[in-house]
Ligand binder design. Structure first.
Ligand SMILES: *[C@@H]1O[C@H](CO)[C@@H](O)[C@H](O)[C@H]1NC(C)=O
Ligand SMILES: *[C@@H]1O[C@H](CO)[C@@H](O)[C@H](O)[C@H]1NC(C)=O
Ligand SMILES: *[C@@H]1O[C@H](CO)[C@@H](O)[C@H](O)[C@H]1NC(C)=O
Ligand SMILES: *[C@@H]1O[C@H](CO)[C@@H](O)[C@H](O)[C@H]1NC(C)=O
Length: 457
């Protein structure tokens, strides 16, 4: 857009730049499919540029200082493709997502396995089951996406740890990692959702059984607190202390990840108890993270957004949680009426926030009328997730099963192995999900958490 400068008249151009090119909102009409598609396209483009620019190690799908975020991005882009029909990213997504499955097709390649957490691997598992459910094309002579999702689930439930806390999986996988004894919601909730989706997709009872087991454990642990109204989902609980206490920071993705899981269980099994659980989780998610101060229908990651203290992980949470809310609306239609205004209000807000520079850069505070200056893959992905969640409400595309997508049949590879090297490896903290905040929390203890929460008021 800079090309016209010399050939156009100065004043008119300045006006043009001011009014349209430099700071123009993306107009979003959330009940208009074309408007949503255009918004998705406008927001995905800069995200993709960040993705390509960040593959600095020359390895397909390996981003600088992070691994799992690429998996989360594939998950988002595949859902975007299913609901918009925009397939321009499919071939690279397909290639890079298969490449990162690694040598054993389990998203646990020994390049990374020394420092991965369960949640990191889990995001790739969710991307893979999303591919199966959306009918994302399979790659010939490679395992099906369902097989990859299955490998992740199997490996993770084999890490079920009864040594303390009567079960659960820990955040980190290896004893040398900080956070090894911590049981957190995103890891357990993520595996719960993955098993629920595998159960519904394959109709194999083994996965449903695991989903039940993980739910029951979460419910009995301090992670899901049902004696509080509305139900409260803590971030983590300490295995060192036999899971009697909890780190109570409030993050939307902990609610979202369990929410979608319960909706899949309801849709797959038809058991009303799962509908009740979906509704209970939705109650706090749809109020606490949609503050009345912003009109009650704009999503906000309230524990960090206002002070701009969200790290690169937290910047994403709203996008994933929006899509998980849309899944609940689709699979447990009784919740649809409550969810729709939340997602629609957020979509309009996203359109205003994504007016950064000339590139449709999105910021982090959707409630703010103009760009808040934060930029990158993460905020772009969050905004795209918010738009995609509305596309999910507006299209008739639904999560398929093996009955309608028989190409995605699981194969039993069993080539995976839990890749635990003998010596203590170098750990790059920047690579792990949410690592610093948990270190801060558990290092400083509950006092720090209370201080943080007060500071947010
Ligand atoms: C593992 O690392 C090697 C050496 O850098 C690289 O060639 C290979 O592509 C990597 N594999 C994956 C799955 O990242
Ligand atoms: C169900 O899934 C489990 C775990 O992947 C597997 O061991 C079992 O063979 C599957 N059952 C059928 C009938 O495919
Ligand atoms: C399951 O989801 C489908 C849409 O995917 C929906 O039409 C159906 O009503 C849902 N089933 C239940 C029991 O709500
Ligand atoms: C890489 O990603 C980060 C975080 O999204 C972003 O801030 C940065 O600008 C990107 N780098 C390039 C070269 O695009």
């Amino acid at each position: 857009m800079r090309w016209g400068l010399s050939s156009l008249g100065g004043a008119a151009l300045a006006l043009l730049l001011q009014g349209h090119l430099v700071v123009s909102d993306i107009p979003v009409e959330p009940t208009n499919l074309d408007s949503l598609k255009q918004a998705g396209k406008a927001i995905a483009a800069p995200m993709w540029d960040f993705y390509l620019a960040n593959q600095t190690e020359g390895i397909p799908g390996k981003l600088t200082d992070t691994w799992y975020l690429a998996g989360a991005m594939y998950m988002t882009l595949i859902q975007y493709w299913q609901t918009s029909g925009d397939n321009q990213y499919n071939s690279v997504v397909s290639h890079d997502m298969m490449f990162q499955a690694g040598r054993n097709y389990d998203y646990f390649d020994s390049n990374y396995s020394q420092w991965l957490g369960n949640d990191d691997q889990m995001f790739f598992g969710l991307a893979a089951i999303t591919a199966s459910e959306t009918g994302f094309p399979e790659i010939s002579n490679k395992p099906t996406w369902t097989s990859l999702a299955r490998a992740v689930a199997t490996m993770q439930y084999n890490r079920w740890d009864n040594r303390t806390c009567n079960g659960g999986i820990s955040w980190q996988i290896h004893p040398w990692q900080a956070g090894y004894t911590l049981r957190n919601s995103i890891s357990n909730g993520g595996l719960f959702q993955l098993c629920a989706r595998l159960g519904r997709f394959t109709n194999n009872q083994t996965y449903y059984n695991w989903a039940e087991r993980i739910w029951d454990w979460s419910y009995e642990s301090p992670l899901i607190q049902t004696d509080v109204d509305p139900w409260f989902i803590a971030d983590s609980t300490s295995g060192d202390n036999n899971c009697i206490d909890s780190g109570d920071m409030q993050w939307s993705y902990n609610y979202g990840v369990y929410l979608a899981g319960t909706a899949y269980m309801y849709n797959g099994t038809g058991d009303a108890k799962w509908l009740n659980r979906t509704e209970q989780i939705l109650r706090r998610l749809s109020t606490h993270f949609f503050p009345a101060a912003y009109g009650g229908n704009v999503f906000s990651e309230v524990s960090c957004e206002k002070l701009h203290t969200c790290d690169r992980n937290m910047l994403n949470f709203k996008g994933w949680s929006s899509m998980w809310m849309a899944m609940a609306a689709q699979l447990a239609p009784d919740t649809r009426e409550r969810i729709t205004p939340k997602l629609q209000g957020s979509a309009v807000a996203i359109g205003k926030q994504c007016d950064g520079e000339t590139e449709n850069l999105c910021g982090s505070r959707w409630y703010q009328e103009t760009w808040d200056g934060i930029q990158g893959l993460e905020v772009q992905m969050a905004a795209l997730g918010g738009i995609v969640s509305n596309l999910m409400l507006m299209t008739s595309a639904r999560a398929q099963t093996i009955d309608t997508n028989p190409n995605a049949k699981e194969q039993f590879l069993d080539t995976y192995s839990d890749d635990t090297p003998d010596s203590l490896p170098h750990i790059s903290t920047g690579d792990r999900v949410g690592s610093w905040i948990l270190t801060v929390l558990w290092g400083g203890g509950i006092v720090a958490a209370a201080w943080w929460l007060i500071k947010q008021q």
